[in-house]
Structure formats: structure tokens, C-alpha cells
Design a protein around this ligand. Structure first.
Ligand SMILES: NC(=O)c1ccc[n+]([C@@H]2O[C@H](COP(=O)([O-])OP(=O)(O)OC[C@H]3O[C@@H](n4cnc5c(N)ncnc54)[C@H](O)[C@@H]3O)[C@@H](O)[C@H]2O)c1
Ligand SMILES: [Zn+2]
Ligand SMILES: [Zn+2]
Length: 347
């Protein structure tokens, strides 16, 4: 085993503490990555919160990071030492099922191995995430970081970016499509930038009227205040695609009302059971969909697209020692629009 340092939740605490961690020795197709920057996703906050009171498995969050290859196994052909790389929220899959063969490793029938709190397919260990100085990953699940993308601001593309990219791509978002993005946070602000770059007529739906300037700056044509019944009524049936990135459980009805005839609400935010009034789907033959992360081909395509269009996240970089503060502020919705931890203070 190799040893590194990271930020871990221990026992029943919801506070992360600096801890030494073990990484596996490199398998033939593994690379070791020095993690430089790791984004703070709301899923990390959910995971830490869910662990509260639960003893047992160690939790090291972090599933959108960039860094540099420090070592490569003998079977690795795509990377050499010194290459800048990016890693997202999936680090392995069976490679054989229909989903994997279709390049949708994120939907692997044998379940994809998650970057943290997942089960390693070979040794059964719990995966420990990117809030650490080193990560060991199968080379297939690391991506070359395109030149020109700032490594700190690009880190959030690997979860937030791909999670909104894949469904928008699948739903044909492009010139002439009317897109609304609900929830202007980490996922939401990247959804706006990507939809705008794809040529869609893009709007934001937010509780916060004070985000109107940000919405415009991100390229959206306007902001619909979700707490304003008149504005919501005016926007009825207006959007071909509504991308819902809201981090808390909520009624989907008001957002389905915004969907145009035969359009789709893509529910990407808070995971869990939801209740839907079927009449909200019936009136207008509306579709309810979801998505999560992306397959390898889509992730590579998303990175190329973002490099071509100069798209990265709007970030606030914090030293990794401030990880608990970052998670607290994220829970209070005090982020515009992604915290990124600088891991160099772990040396
Ligand atoms: N489907 C996936 O694979 C996937 C991937 C990443 C994140 N997620 C989930 O997506 C959600 C968003 O993640 P994020 O990192 O962008 O979070 P974030 O905190 O950056 O953004 C969430 C946004 O939702 C808004 N919001 C919160 N509660 C709301 C409410 N009740 N009504 C309206 N707006 C509300 C917040 O103000 C914020 O703008 C999280 O639940 C996260 O776990 C899912
Ligand atoms: Zn995430
Ligand atoms: Zn599979």
C-alpha cells in the first residue's frame, strides 16, 4: 500500500479531519495522480450529512478533481508521468454489460464504482475520494485535461459539468431549443454556460431575484423568480427542456408547468423518491427524465467542448484546511458558484 493524506469523516462526526490514508499499489492499468484541486459538490455535503451518527465505513468525499500523473502502471498507454489529468465520479465499471459496451459506464448493470463511498470491484475495499493529495485510478477513468483549461476551474466539470452535459446532449439541446435551468448553483451555472454555448435560448429559474445579474452574465436571457406566481404563470409551457438542479426535495409540479408540449423535465438534483401528479405530465404529454454523471465518450466530448468554448466553473478556491467551512457555506447556499479545494497544503 502507499500512504497519502486526506480529509475524512470519522465515526459519527460530520466534521472532516486530516487523516493519513492508504492507496492501493498500482495495478498494471492504474495511474497515481497528485490531486491539486478538488471541487466541493453538494453530493459531498449530502454524503457527510447522511453519515452523521453512523459508525463504520470511512468517508473521504471528493469526486471532481484535477492533478498530475505521478506514476503509471506497465499496461498504461494513455498517460505518462507529468500529464495533467481530470477524474470524475466514476472510477471503474464492468466493461462488459450492454451499458458499458454502449459507452454508458455511468449506468453499468453491475453498478459503476463510485470515486468515494464505492466498492472496489477487485478487493472489495471502500473507495476514498479526492479530498486527498493522491488518488490511484484505472487509466480508462482518467481524462487528459485539455490545454487551456485552468486546472482549478476545470475540476467541477468532472461532476457538475458532465452531469448537466449528458442529458442536455441526449435531449438535443442546441440552436432553437428553449432551456430553463432551475437552481443556480454548481450544476446550474454550468448548465447555463453549456446550454448557451450549444446555442439554446436559455433562462434561469431561481428563488433569488438578486441572481438576475449573474444569470445575464452567464449568458441567460432572463431569470424567472420561482416564488413569483405571476412570473411562473407567464412562463407556462415555454421550455423544451427544464434542467432541475435543485439540491433539496421539492414539488416538481411548478417546474413541469414550465415544460412545453412534448418537452422534458430532466431531474438531476436531489436524489430520492418523488411524487408527481400525473395530470402535470398528461396536459402537454410532458416527459420526466433524469441522468447522472456520464459515460467515458460523453465525458471526453464534454471536456473538448468546454475547452473549445472556454467554459469552466466560476470558483472560489479555498485551502483544503477550510473544507468544513466550505461544506457549511454550501449547505447555507453561500456559494457562487463552486468551492474548489487547493490540496497543496496537504504536503
Ligand atoms: N444526478 C447526479 O448525478 C448528480 C451529480 C451531482 C450533483 N447532484 C445533486 O444535484 C444537486 C445540486 O448540486 P450542486 O452541487 O449544484 O449544489 P449547489 O448547492 O451548488 O446548488 C443547488 C442550488 O439549489 C438551490 N436550492 C436549494 N434548495 C432549494 C429549494 N428548496 N428550492 C429552490 N432552489 C433551491 C440553491 O439555492 C442552489 O442554487 C444536489 O442535490 C446534488 O447532490 C446530482
Ligand atoms: Zn458531484
Ligand atoms: Zn457494465
Amino acid at each position: 500500500m502507499r500512504s497519502t493524506v486526506g480529509w475524512q469523516v470519522e465515526g459519527s462526526s460530520s466534521t472532516l479531519r486530516r487523516t493519513s490514508l492508504e492507496r492501493r499499489d498500482l495495478r498494471p492499468d492504474d495511474i497515481a495522480v497528485r490531486v491539486d484541486y478538488c471541487g466541493v459538490c453538494h453530493t459531498d455535503a449530502h454524503a457527510v450529512g447522511a453519515r452523521d451518527g453512523e459508525e463504520g465505513r470511512p468517508l473521504v468525499p471528493g469526486h471532481e478533481f484535477t492533478g498530475v500523473v505521478t506514476e503509471a502502471g506497465p499496461a498504461v498507454t494513455r498517460f505518462t508521468v507529468g500529464d495533467p489529468v481530470a477524474v470524475g465520479n466514476i472510477v471503474d465499471s464492468c466493461g462488459e454489460c450492454a451499458m458499458c459496451r454502449a459507452g454508458q459506464e455511468n449506468f453499468c448493470h453491475a453498478f459503476p464504482t463510485l470515486t468515494y463511498d464505492g466498492i472496489d470491484r477487485h478487493d472489495g475495499s471502500t473507495t476514498l475520494g479526492g479530498y486527498s493529495r493522491e488518488y490511484v485510478v484505472r487509466d480508462r477513468f482518467a481524462y487528459p485535461l485539455p490545454a487551456g483549461l485552468d486546472p482549478a476551474a476545470a475540476a467541477p466539470l468532472l461532476c457538475a459539468g458532465i452531469t448537466v452535459w449528458e442529458p442536455m446532449h441526449a435531449l438535443g439541446v442546441g440552436p432553437g431549443t428553449r432551456v430553463a435551468v432551475a437552481g443556480l448553483g454548481g450544476l446550474g451555472h454550468l448548465a447555463v454556460k453549456i446550454a448557451v454555448a450549444l446555442g439554446a435560448d436559455t433562462s434561469v429559474v431561481s428563488r433569488s431575484p438578486d441572481k438576475v445579474d449573474d444569470a445575464r452574465r452567464l449568458g441567460a436571457h432572463g431569470l424567472i423568480v420561482s416564488t413569483n406566481p405571476e412570473q411562473m404563470a407567464d412562463a407556462r409551457d415555454r421550455f423544451d427542456v427544464v434542467i432541475d438542479t435543485i439540491s433539496a426535495p421539492h414539488d416538481l409540479g411548478p417546474y413541469l408547468h414550465l415544460v412545453a408540449m412534448d418537452g422534458t423535465l430532466s431531474h438531476l438534483g436531489h436524489l430520492g423518491s418523488i411524487t408527481v401528479e400525473t395530470t402535470d405530465l398528461l396536459a402537454g404529454r410532458k416527459k420526466l427524465s433524469s441522468g447522472g454523471s456520464g459515460g467515458r465518450p460523453a465525458t471526453a466530448a464534454m471536456l473538448d467542448f468546454c475547452a473549445e468554448h472556454g467554459i469552466t466553473a466560476d470558483i472560489e478556491v479555498l485551502p483544503s484546511t477550510q473544507v468544513n467551512e466550505a461544506l457549511d457555506r454550501l449547505r447555507r447556499n453561500e456559494v457562487r458558484y463552486r468551492f474548489v479545494l487547493d490540496m497543496s497544503d496537504l504536503d
